[in-house]
Design a protein around this ligand. Structure first.
Ligand SMILES: *[C@@H]1O[C@H](CO)[C@@H](O)[C@H](O)[C@H]1NC(C)=O
Ligand SMILES: *[C@@H]1O[C@H](CO)[C@@H](O)[C@H](O)[C@H]1NC(C)=O
Length: 401
């Protein structure tokens, strides 16, 4: 079936029932996008009837999923193509020159249940929602004319060009794969299974920086659409998207920027690949072969063990060595431990000492020698605090001491 989205004759009335929205905890802060499964063509106007409960309460209408601002020399699309309008009235008319999917933006800490929004005219989008859309519904709906499609699973929503999902038959299977991925991510983070706000990945022809980047939404370039919607491809490994989801799990209390910014997120990539996908770390990323790991460690030592060199893969080596000795359970206990703490130090030195101490207590060993061998600025007081614990002496860096 071929549709031309901008010529679709739409004189329809859509009722979108709002699901209960309960947003209590925000890691990233900010609001939540609520999908409608509807699309507006470029320049197409629509009238909305909105519930009084969300008027002048910080809610917005958003048209368009492509929210990155672009400042590239060479542009593939205009720098800004989405529109956000505060909801200030029960009757509103909206349009966006570029068109786009229609969203409601809920402010954080919001609870609204059982209210309806009416969208007078719009174009149907291929839209799947777990536990709502049946396989039969989907077989029709995936042909809907909007050029943008959304797959809303339990803890993540994928927004992709519709052409990437027109032939997607086993959507339930894909849902299961993503539900398992998200479950595995919170398992390592020791957080409740239900994300306080579903993560989002949005695909665009051009994004603000990188091949993909973290945030809400996580953004990725077009080819990624064919990875994240294909269970066969995912089963073969999906480092990048999990790396970005890992970024969204990073907490400043155990992050040492800039050293670990592109490092600790990879713990999630390694964990998901090994524990869920059954892909060993050596196979999960070409930079994690034993040879490369060993060479990196040697180079770090040869270059004089400078904390300034301790970043990305080199920094990850420290964590992998800990994991290989103490297992993922130790990491889970450490992450869980941080949820019990407050009044964190703000500087890297303070935070690194706290981490060394926390990890040492969790595993019942004095790890100060290990961290010092990686040039962490371990203080005497930390070493004294760990005096009752046996030291870890035969660690992988000891051979270079
Ligand atoms: C999914 O990926 C596999 C392996 O790359 C490929 O053979 C298959 O055609 C893809 N499926 C779809 C629907 O694109
Ligand atoms: C902890 O280990 C470090 C390095 O192995 C050692 O120098 C320190 O004395 C140990 N702390 C105590 C109090 O045993």
């Amino acid at each position: 079936m071929a549709f031309q989205h901008n010529r679709c004759p739409v004189h329809l009335l859509f009722h979108c029932k709002l699901e209960p929205v309960v947003l209590l905890l925000f890691v990233l802060g900010g609001f939540e996008w609520i999908s409608t499964g509807l699309y507006l063509s470029p320049g197409m106007k629509t009238n909305l009837t909105l519930p009084a409960a969300i008027v002048n309460k910080g809610w917005k209408i958003q048209i368009g999923c492509q929210t990155d601002y672009l400042s590239h020399q060479q542009l593939i699309r205009a720098p800004s193509v989405h529109l956000r309008v505060p909801i200030t009235s029960e009757k509103m008319q909206v349009q966006n020159l570029w068109g786009g999917l229609i969203y409601l933006l809920a402010p954080s800490q919001t609870r609204v249940t059982g209210v309806e929004m009416v969208v007078q005219q719009a174009v149907l989008a291929p839209y799947y929602k777990s536990a709502v859309t049946t396989a039969d519904d989907w077989s029709q709906r995936r042909a809907a004319p909007s050029p943008w499609a959304e797959l809303e699973f339990d803890n993540i929503i994928l927004t992709v060009p519709s052409k990437a999902v027109r032939d997607l038959e086993q959507v339930d299977e894909l849902a299961q794969v993503w539900n398992n991925i998200m479950k595995t991510i919170v398992e390592l983070a020791t957080k409740p299974l239900k994300f306080p706000r579903k993560e989002r990945i949005v695909i665009d022809v051009q994004i603000s920086h990188g091949w993909m980047h973290a945030g809400y939404p996580i953004m990725g370039q077009t080819s990624t659409a064919y990875l994240i919607t294909n269970t066969t491809k995912i089963a073969g490994g999906m480092w990048g998207p999990i790396h970005e989801l890992g970024h969204n799990q990073q907490r400043s209390c155990w992050e040492f920027p800039p050293h670990t910014t592109q490092c600790t997120c990879n713990l999630w990539s390694v964990y998901v690949h090994e524990e869920l996908l059954g892909i060993k770390r050596t196979e999960a990323h070409s930079d994690l072969t034993s040879e490369k790991r060993k060479a990196r460690m040697k180079k770090y030592v040869a270059d004089g063990r400078k904390l300034s060199d301790w970043s990305v893969w080199t920094a990850l080596e420290t964590y992998l060595q800990l994991q290989e000795k103490f297992g993922w359970e130790a990491f889970k206990k450490v992450f869980a431990g941080y949820f019990e703490m407050s009044n964190f130090p703000h500087d890297n030195k303070g935070k690194m000492n706290l981490y060394a101490e926390t990890f040492s207590r969790v595993v019942g060993m004095n790890l100060s020698g290990f961290f010092k061998s990686w040039a962490w600025p371990i203080e005497e007081i930390t070493e004294e605090d760990l005096s009752h614990l046996p030291p870890w002496t035969d660690h992988p860096m000891a051979q270079y001491n």
